[in-house]
Write a protein of this length. Structure first.
Length: 451
């Protein structure tokens, strides 16, 4: 619960500042000592730097004009920060957040306690009172994940927590198969909803030539995001593209690198160490898109994908922490999107504005008739393998002279709710991201809340 509801509502009302573009008060700080010059979420996440290629894909796939696309990216950045602050304030009551509208101008935050509504509204968000907390639904999904490890799930290929409907959704070719899976997981029927679907997701690699990189001179995938590990340069990609020890060549058929680690199924993550003649850059497929960070996008946010088969395509984030069953097995923790993809796009970049989201895993459909695509989030890849995302210049803040002391550290992947110290003060993480110079907690109120 909010501690205490009336006090929190008053504090939030006092903190809610001017609306950025269309109604989201994400730039307001939760701490009374915040500087009025503190950067907005849109500035921190550099939404104004979105290049023409990404804006063009947003216009084509989401039916927006250029100004709408720019406003949408700015609103989504502010929505993520606002949702993070409300998640911290609501605690166990929090039941998820999502954006909607052509410009993502409306942020909805769900709670299980009606007394939280004034504080949610004071932040400029729409309040939804629901029956189940996000923690309760996440726990139910975790039970299904464990049950699925001991069962065939080809008839129930996808399951996820759907925050707008406040349910655990199981997609199934036969409803009876969904009921059996939920029963095996001991998930109460009130928590779940079955959606009949003929969807048959598969990994999106193939054996055709002429792509971003080849594995063993045969199969083909797309580069995800360039990274470094110490002095070693390379890139993150999908685990199903290759196993540890597999060699790669570039699209020019020049020797490129070697897979250092790979997991699939279970997760779908891998990284390739490149040879000395390959240089990691923050660019995505030479389109002018540059990566500034890895802040996770909110449900409903726009997201774009670049792949070597179909190029740039955009859609929206539908669900986080989804589980999907391919022929090879179940992969957990992927994000479900409305973006289309085709074979050969596997491993490629998913990005929201300037923020890296993940690498293409698999999906169904195609870019002619439309489809659904899943991506492996980038932050778990960085954290699992000790990688550092290659980004553009440092963030909006000046780190300042000397070492201020504390537990915050550039290169560390932080999740929402993590706490650190910096310069003698404590901070709570609002949105998952990999920390980098210039994003120190005092400089990034969109990512950190002073305690």
């Amino acid at each position: 619960m909010l501690q205490r509801h009336l006090r929190a509502a008053c504090a939030a009302a006092a903190a809610a500042g001017a609306l950025l573009v269309a109604g989201l008060s994400g730039s307001a700080s939760a701490q009374p000592t915040a500087s009025p010059a503190a950067p907005t979420a849109a500035r921190t996440l550099r939404t104004s730097d979105a290049p023409p290629a990404l804006l063009g894909a947003l216009r084509r796939d989401l039916g927006l004009d250029r100004r709408q696309a720019e406003r949408r990216l700015a609103n989504e950045a502010e929505a993520g920060a606002t949702a993070g602050r409300l998640r911290a304030a609501l605690g166990a009551d929090f039941a998820g957040a999502w954006v909607r509208g052509a410009e993502s101008a409306t942020l909805t935050v769900a709670t299980t306690d009606p007394a939280d509504v004034p504080a949610i509204r004071a932040r400029g968000a729409v309040a939804a009172v629901v029956g189940h907390s996000l923690a309760e639904l996440d726990a139910a999904k975790a039970r299904v994940d464990r049950a699925a490890a001991h069962r065939r799930t080809s008839q129930t290929p996808v399951w996820y927590v759907d925050v707008p409907s406040n349910t655990l959704v199981v997609q199934a070719t036969r409803p009876a198969a969904a009921r059996a899976l939920l029963a095996a997981a001991h998930v109460d029927a009130s928590l779940a909803r079955t959606v009949k679907s003929s969807e048959r997701p598969r990994p999106l690699d193939d054996l055709r030539g002429g792509d971003a990189y080849y594995i063993g001179n045969s199969s083909r995938c797309s580069i995800g995001f360039p990274i470094t590990r110490g002095t070693q340069q390379g890139f993150a990609t999908a685990g199903h593209c290759g196993r540890a020890g597999s060699t790669t060549t570039g699209s020019n058929r020049v020797a490129q690198g070697t897979f250092q680690a790979s997991v699939f199924p279970g997760n779908d993550m891998a990284w390739v160490a490149a040879g000395t003649n390959w240089t990691a850059t923050p660019n995505v497929n030479g389109s002018g898109v540059q990566v500034a960070g890895s802040t996770q996008a909110t449900v409903g946010s726009s997201v774009c994908r670049s792949g070597s088969t179909t190029g740039w395509h955009c859609g929206t984030v539908q669900q986080l922490d989804t589980s999907v069953t391919y022929q090879e097995g179940t992969v957990a923790g992927v994000t479900r999107t409305s973006v289309c993809a085709e074979p050969g796009d596997s491993g490629g970049s998913f990005i929201s504005g300037s923020q890296a989201q993940g690498v293409t895993s698999g999906g169904s459909g195609d870019c002619t008739s439309g489809g659904t695509t899943f991506f492996q989030p980038i932050n778990p890849i960085l954290q699992s393998y000790g990688l550092t995302l290659k980004t553009t210049a440092p963030g909006p803040g000046d780190p300042g002279p000397g070492d201020p002391g504390g537990t915050w550290s550039a290169g560390t992947v932080y999740q929402a709710g993590d706490t650190v110290t910096y310069g003698g003060a404590g901070y709570r993480c609002l949105q998952g991201h990999q920390a980098q110079a210039g994003w120190e907690p005092p400089n990034a109120p969109a990512l950190w809340q002073r305690q």
